[in-house]
Design a protein around this ligand. Structure first.
Ligand code: HEC
Ligand code: HEC
Ligand code: HEC
Ligand code: HEC
Ligand code: HEC
Ligand code: HEC
Ligand code: HEC
Length: 421
């Protein structure tokens, strides 16, 4: 072998080593051993930093609707929609069509005031158990698209709150949607004319979905400590949710499950477990405070109204784990959509009902009948939940079924546990 060849081989070898080292280092930084590069700041580690030590929780939680509460739209997952190529007509005879062009999916309006226009689906809100709403980006702002996908009706329809008369492409989605459907987005304010500012979102800073640290608080110090002290089997520098007071636990879930009609004083991104939710909102007076809570997004108010809540120490955690993964089903929309909690959530709830109400003659009778039907017909009779937490139509979301058609109800599980006739 000549010198030339040897040097070539040496440099190839060196290059190889350097490449391996770069790869190793970049993996360390990106696949999260807690590099401290999280867009939320130096206290956060990112969900991928938790997987090494909490694999079972991680594996179920990444399939939860919380993790999928917002996501970038993946063109490849949208093939189902190309086949249907649906069109929704509006009262003023304009139309919006959902169509695939190249690898992307668009909503395109025809016969609009300004002729035609098409916008690409870039971000999805909602895991799609009931619905999914989409946005497109323009100059740092996210705009809501006129059509949403409704899983129960298996159809596209006017996005909630949009007029039935005419499609709109100009409704801005602010950071507020992200506060409940994502873990972070950085916002800035820019002047927009005299005495006006507009909110501009930094798209590259988005942490999609509701991740571990959204519920558990910043975790980098915990990650570093446990990594450096593998002998320590108890947790340090992370809040034990079970050790919080009942009110603190309710406030944690209630941050996002007590409605979006209140005026926020501070960003919900600043909320950490143990905080008091009332410090984040202006007090609400008048009609809003006493009105019947809606089944959509107001599970906390619903539960508060029930006698079970008043007479016991019930919290959301009595029936839900916070980690539960919805079952997945391809039902159109942006890829694999989640379906609601399902049999395991109902079963967990029924166990709890029976734990507190097992002494009632009525409950004993219902359980006995269920057993009998299971034996005789292999059927499960209606559970406690069907009668005492019935599916109930939302008053704030009603689907426009199209000209002349009946409105389609948006059904959710009421959390006001009571006697319904
Ligand atoms: C190097 C290992 C390691 C990493 C990485 C790690 N943890 Fe932990 N964590 C532990 C240990 C050990 C415990 C205590 C034993 C247990 O509860 O599993 C624990 C406990 C917990 C607890 C329960 C606290 C309690 O007492 O109830 C939570 C919540 C938690 N970790 C969250 C996280 C989150 C969120 C992340 C990612 C940001 C993370 N952990 C990353 C090792 C780790
Ligand atoms: C940061 C906001 C946020 C917090 C905090 C939060 N949730 Fe949620 N939760 C959501 C959103 C948004 C959805 C709807 C996700 C979707 O379908 O897109 C949801 C959905 C759910 C569901 C429906 C699951 C299903 O499969 O149908 C349950 C149950 C739930 N949350 C319980 C809880 C509990 C219990 C807590 C407290 C431990 C909690 N959530 C904390 C925002 C939040
Ligand atoms: C205060 C918190 C909060 C805010 C703000 C909020 N949401 Fe939600 N959203 C929820 C919760 C909680 C659920 C699920 C529970 C329910 O439907 O009752 C939900 C459900 C949804 C769903 C249905 C998800 C599914 O899987 O079926 C869509 C779509 C949605 N929201 C879009 C939006 C959009 C778009 C915005 C901003 C205009 C927004 N949300 C603002 C809390 C919020
Ligand atoms: C929607 C809120 C929510 C999210 C998101 C969430 N958790 Fe939890 N987690 C909880 C609650 C509530 C508890 C307490 C359950 C209890 O008291 O038994 C808990 C308990 C835990 C525990 C201790 C008990 C156990 O089940 O092992 C660990 C560890 C943990 N979470 C880790 C994680 C990790 C890692 C992630 C992300 C992959 C995550 N959590 C995401 C709400 C959440
Ligand atoms: C932690 C204990 C607890 C759990 C769990 C619980 N309840 Fe209750 N429930 C109570 C208490 C306490 C009352 C009030 C009893 C009273 O006032 O006499 C009550 C009252 C009721 C009532 C009577 C309501 C009325 O208006 O008179 C019904 C019905 C009921 N519960 C059904 C259920 C069902 C169904 C479940 C499960 C989905 C459930 N409960 C779970 C504690 C609980
Ligand atoms: C007594 C048991 C119980 C308690 C307590 C409870 N839930 Fe539920 N929850 C259920 C059951 C049962 C379902 C229905 C699951 C299904 O239909 O598959 C449900 C469904 C939900 C859903 C999905 C609604 C839908 O129709 O898609 C959300 C969101 C939710 N719960 C949030 C909460 C929050 C937040 C709290 C605390 C404020 C809470 N739950 C307390 C039993 C309970
Ligand atoms: C087919 C519907 C139905 C089912 C299923 C059902 N209930 Fe009831 N429940 C009722 C009605 C109606 C009443 C009111 C009865 C009355 O006023 O005599 C009631 C009353 C109650 C009460 C208050 C009175 C009492 O007897 O304690 C409790 C608690 C209760 N149910 C719990 C449960 C639980 C727990 C389950 C599941 C094991 C269940 N129910 C299943 C319809 C139902």
């Amino acid at each position: 072998m000549g010198w030339n060849q040897m040097t070539k081989m040496r440099s190839a070898y060196l290059l190889f080593i350097v490449a391996v080292l770069i790869l190793l280092f970049s993996r360390c930084f990106t696949s999260g051993t807690g590099s401290g590069n999280d867009p939320r700041g130096p206290l956060y580690a990112g969900a991928s930093a938790c997987v090494g030590c909490h694999r079972p929780v991680f594996n179920s939680t990444i399939h939860s609707v919380h993790f999928k509460a917002s996501s970038p739209v993946d063109g490849g997952a949208l093939k189902a929609l190309a086949v249907a190529n649906p069109i929704v007509s509006f009262l003023d005879s304009s139309r919006v069509r959902v169509e695939v062009r190249g690898g992307s999916i668009f909503q395109s309006g025809e016969r609009l005031d300004g002729g035609a226009r098409a916008e690409k689906l870039e971000l999805a809100f909602g895991a799609g158990r009931h619905a999914q709403t989409y946005g497109y980006w323009k100059e740092g702002q996210l705009y809501e698209l006129p059509l949403s996908w409704f899983a129960d009706a298996r159809s596209w329809a006017n996005s909630p709150g949009f007029p039935a008369a005419h499609p709109r492409f100009d409704r801005v989605i602010g950071s507020r949607c992200f506060e409940c459907h994502a873990s972070f987005v950085k916002r800035n304010f820019e002047p927009a004319g005299p005495l006006a500012v507009r909110e501009v979102l930094d798209r590259s800073s988005i942490v999609y979905g509701i991740d571990c640290e959204r519920c558990h608080g910043p975790g980098l110090e915990h990650v570093r400590f446990q990594r450096d002290n593998p002998g320590v089997r108890t947790a340090k520098y992370i809040t034990r949710i079970g050790s919080l007071s009942r009110q603190q636990q309710l406030d944690l879930c209630g941050m996002c499950h007590s409605g979006n009609d209140r005026e926020a004083q501070r960003s919900l991104f600043d909320f950490v477990p143990g905080d008091t939710l009332n410090h984040f909102y202006f007090p609400s007076f008048g009609a809003g405070a006493s009105a019947e809570p809606d089944v959509h997004g107001q599970q906390l108010q619903g539960l508060r109204r029930s006698k079970c809540f008043a007479g016991s120490d019930l919290t959301c955690g009595t029936c839900h784990s916070g980690h539960e993964s919805g079952e997945l089903a391809a039902r159109g929309g942006a890829g694999d959509l989640a379906v609601r909690g399902g049999p395991s959530v109902v079963a967990a709830a029924v166990t709890q009902c029976v734990r507190c109400h097992g002494n009632s003659a009525h409950v004993t009778a219902v359980l006995k009948e269920t057993e009998q039907r299971k034996r005789d017909f292999n059927l499960t009779s209606s559970t406690c939940v069907d009668c005492h937490m019935p599916l109930t139509a939302s008053k704030v979301i009603v689907l426009n079924g199209g000209a002349g058609a009946k409105p389609i109800p948006y059904l959710l599980r009421t959390h006001n546990i009571a006697i319904y006739k």
